[in-house]
Design a protein around this ligand. Structure first.
Ligand code: HEC
Length: 184
């Protein structure tokens, strides 16, 4: 506060929370509180899901690949770097922006669905490829996945499959929504 900036003085510094509160006041002009808080909860949850389940652990593993000499220091000369970049800036950005704009199709089909599909069926196979290329085996790739993905609940199915109990939870959720016997 009080600093000179572009010929004027800074009179107020707003955090993102202050800015959101101001924005919400605009929303409350037309909507009930539940619509507005519900919207921001969904938006935040998508961003957290993307960050915590995918972006942070993948970024950390990409750093480890670079440190270990599995990929070069140049940013876009390996396929896995393009795949990660798209998970972040293509489908991942669409998911987050879709959630911020109440766009379910962008959030899901053009967003989180592709983030997950490309993580498991492009990025992980490419991780194994670069490791095998240097070491002749996939041990380092498996070790990275166990270190960064395994502790995250959302990736549990990848390591352990789905248990009968987990399938039962899915069935119950489905039936609560669509009625008993709706999931064959
Ligand atoms: C000037 C009035 C107005 C303001 C301000 C406004 N909205 Fe809306 N909003 C509407 C109207 C009208 C609709 C319904 C549009 C339609 O169905 O075509 C809507 C729809 C929505 C929906 C979709 C609801 C549903 O059932 O699909 C959400 C979510 C929403 N608004 C959130 C917000 C948020 C968050 C803000 C503030 C950032 C905001 N709105 C500001 C008028 C407003």
């Amino acid at each position: 506060m009080g600093d000179e900036a572009k010929g004027s003085k800074v009179v107020e510094v707003l955090t993102w929370k202050d800015r959101r509160a101001k924005m919400e006041k605009v929303c409350f002009g037309c909507h009930a509180e539940s619509v507005v808080t519900g919207h921001y909860k969904q938006f935040d949850d998508v961003v957290d899901l993307y960050n915590d389940k995918f972006a942070k652990p993948i970024a950390a593993m990409m750093d480890r690949l670079k440190e270990g000499g599995y990929i070069t220091g140049a940013p876009f000369d390996e396929k896995i770097e393009w795949t990660w970049w798209e998970i972040w800036h293509h489908e991942g950005r669409r998911a987050r922006h879709g959630a911020s704009m109440s766009g379910p199709d962008y959030t899901w089909w053009h967003g989180m669905y592709e983030v997950a599909q490309h993580t498991y069926f492009k990025w992980i196979p490419e991780l194994k490829e670069v490791v095998i290329k240097k070491d002749g085996n996939e041990e380092f790739a498996v070790a990275l996945l166990e270190e960064y993905f395994k502790p995250i609940d959302g990736h549990d199915w990848y390591f352990n499959g789905m248990s009968k109990e987990q399938l039962e939870v899915v069935r119950k959720g489905f039936e609560a929504r669509y009625g008993e016997g709706s999931l064959k």
